[in-house]
Every structure is written in structure tokens, then in C-alpha cells.
Design a protein around this ligand. Structure first.
Ligand code: FMN
Length: 291
């Protein structure tokens, strides 16, 4: 069991934001069939947002993808229609502090156990990473209107510890690391970007060592609760993120690339590793960082 805020997670394997469609029925069935320990919703904004024009998702190398969905979503009210047995982590974004606070205020679904503030998506001007510099004020205001634990999701940036420090100083309960990395791929024949939007966010195997480094740096500095993600494709990748400080591990691109059976494979591999070593999950968290 892993405790965050008032909630006990049955094991560390959860679904990362933006991976499942924002359709209540789909999430309910996915939960029943594959039983992740929690499901993070797609990032919801106060009002609906149109996605960018396709192509919005391309494979660039084995296990590596670039996406620019652009936070398209049907609006925060959708979250209140999801009636699932799985705990939900509500991902929320916006282009102003006021909009983010108002969106969090609308959450009434009692399956939501954590609010995750998306201050890191690189794929829509004015949203996501463009809001990261306001992290202190955003967290302070959101903490003022919700009793739920508040996590802030960041990207793999050089000023990560400064931003995490501001989040924690204003009451954040933890951080989610990492979001996708802003990149560009060009079609050499048309000399145009492969994604219609231009740039995109790199995810999957190509970013795994980056996630390991960033999580380690943050855990070493703050020993804070971390939801870790970034290129987890098998149980060894999950163990690695836990050993550098992740308490929960998000699966993203692997679900798109290999399908949802990856959940059970990774969970069983992790359980076998723990029982071979005679360890409990809490013994493993941060073991590569603690001196
Ligand atoms: C298609 C796609 C859509 C995503 N949408 C969101 C999103 O709406 N909000 C968010 O915070 N992260 C989003 N992400 C980022 C993932 O939640 C995750 O942080 C990132 O992909 C790294 O994990 P991975 O390498 O296991 O995919 C998205 C990723 C992908 C591949």
C-alpha cells in the first residue's frame, strides 16, 4: 500500500495524463478490465478546447513518439461524469491563474484523490509550460479552494529545483515528473514539420534517462512525494524510477505502443523483484538517492 494524502494506492502503477480518451464510458471499462492503481485524466480546462489539426501523434524511433494534441478537451465538467471504480487523478490546466482555480473549483467527483496541475505541456501557447513561472501563486490559490492533495507537473528543465521549491513553499503536496520534451521533427522531402502544429512533445523510451535524472535531482533536494513517469516500458524502468524517488509510476507511451496489458506485465515484474529481494515497496523508494 502506498499512501498519498488521505488515499492508499494498492500499488504504484497508474496511468499518465492524456493517454486514455476523455470519454467516461471508456475510462470506466478500462478500469474494470486492466485495474490500474489510479487513472490520471487528460488535462481538462475550464472551457472546452479544440485539439490541433492532425497529424498530432507520430512515431519517431522505436518506443519514441512526438505529440501535439494541444490540450484539446471537452472542458472540466466532463470529469464529474466519470463513474469509475479506479481512483482518479484530475489533471487541470489553463491560461490564467483565475481559470485554473475556477476549473479546480468545479471538480465534484468523489473518485478524485489528487489534483495535478499541468504547468508543463509544451504544445499550446499560453498554457502548460507557459504558466510554470506563476507556480507559487497558482498553488497558493488552488490550495485555498480544495482539500485534495495538490501535485504540480513539471518538465525536465534546468531550473526544476527552483520551481519545485516554489510549489512546495506554497503548499504543494507533491510533484509529477516529467512531462514531454519540446522537440521538432522535419520531413526532409517537403521541408516541413512532420506535425501540423510544428513542434511537439517527445515521450517514451527516448526520455527515460532524462526522467531518471530529473526525479533523482528533485528527490535528493526535497524528499517530496513524486509521481514519476517518462519512458517506462517494462518493470525494470519502473523499479529505476522508484529507486530514484518516485512513489507512484505513470505509464504513458507504453500503453499507446504496446497496449494496456503492459500494466499487468509491469506490475507482476515489480512484485517478483520485490519478493526476490524480500523488500516492500516503501523500502525501495529513493534507495538510489538516500545515503
Ligand atoms: C498522446 C499524449 C498526450 C498527452 N497528453 C497530456 C496531457 O493532456 N496532460 C499532461 O499533463 N500530460 C500529457 N502527456 C504527457 C504524459 O502524461 C507523460 O508525462 C509523458 O508522455 C511522459 O511519459 P511516457 O514517456 O511514459 O509517455 C501526454 C503524452 C502523450 C504521449
Amino acid at each position: 500500500m502506498i499512501r498519498i494524502g488521505g488515499h492508499e494506492f494498492s500499488d504504484p502503477i497508474i496511468i499518465a495524463s492524456g493517454i486514455l480518451p476523455d470519454v467516461a464510458n471508456y475510462i470506466e471499462n478500462f478500469c474494470k478490465k486492466y485495474k490500474p492503481s489510479a487513472i490520471t485524466t487528460k488535462t481538462f480546462t475550464l472551457d472546452p478546447l479544440e485539439p490541433h489539426y492532425p497529424p498530432t501523434l507520430i512515431k519517431v524511433h522505436e518506443g519514441c513518439y512526438i505529440n501535439a494534441i494541444g490540450l484539446g478537451n471537452p472542458g472540466i465538467e466532463t470529469i464529474n461524469s466519470i463513474n469509475t471504480e479506479c481512483p482518479l487523478i484530475a489533471s487541470v490546466g489553463g491560461k490564467s491563474i483565475d481559470e485554473i482555480v475556477k476549473a479546480v473549483e468545479r471538480i465534484r467527483n468523489d473518485k478524485v484523490v489528487i489534483v495535478e496541475l499541468n504547468l508543463s505541456s509544451p504544445n499550446r501557447a499560453g498554457y502548460g509550460q507557459d504558466m510554470a513561472s506563476y507556480v507559487g501563486e497558482i498553488v497558493k490559490n488552488v490550495k485555498g479552494i480544495t482539500k485534495l492533495p495538490v501535485f504540480v507537473k513539471f518538465g525536465p528543465w534546468d531550473n526544476i529545483n527552483e520551481l519545485v521549491g516554489k510549489a512546495l513553499a506554497n503548499g504543494a503536496d507533491g510533484v509529477t515528473l516529467i512531462n514531454t520534451v519540446k522537440v521538432l521533427s522535419v520531413d526532409i522531402y517537403s521541408a516541413k514539420p512532420l506535425l501540423k502544429y510544428g513542434t511537439g512533445g517527445l515521450s517514451g523510451k527516448c526520455i527515460h534517462p532524462l526522467a531518471v535524472r530529473i526525479i533523482k535531482e528533485v528527490y535528493e533536494e526535497y524528499s517530496v512525494d513524486i509521481i514519476g513517469m517518462g519512458g517506462v516500458f517494462d518493470w525494470r524502468d519502473a523499479v529505476e524510477l522508484i529507486e530514484v524517488g518516485a512513489k507512484l509510476v505513470g505509464l504513458g507511451t507504453v500503453i499507446i505502443d504496446k497496449g494496456p496489458n503492459a500494466i499487468t506485465e509491469i506490475r507482476i515484474g515489480l512484485q517478483n523483484f520485490l519478493s526476490e529481494k524480500g523488500l516492500k515497496i516503501k523500502d525501495l523508494i529513493g534507495i538510489a538517492v538516500r545515503k
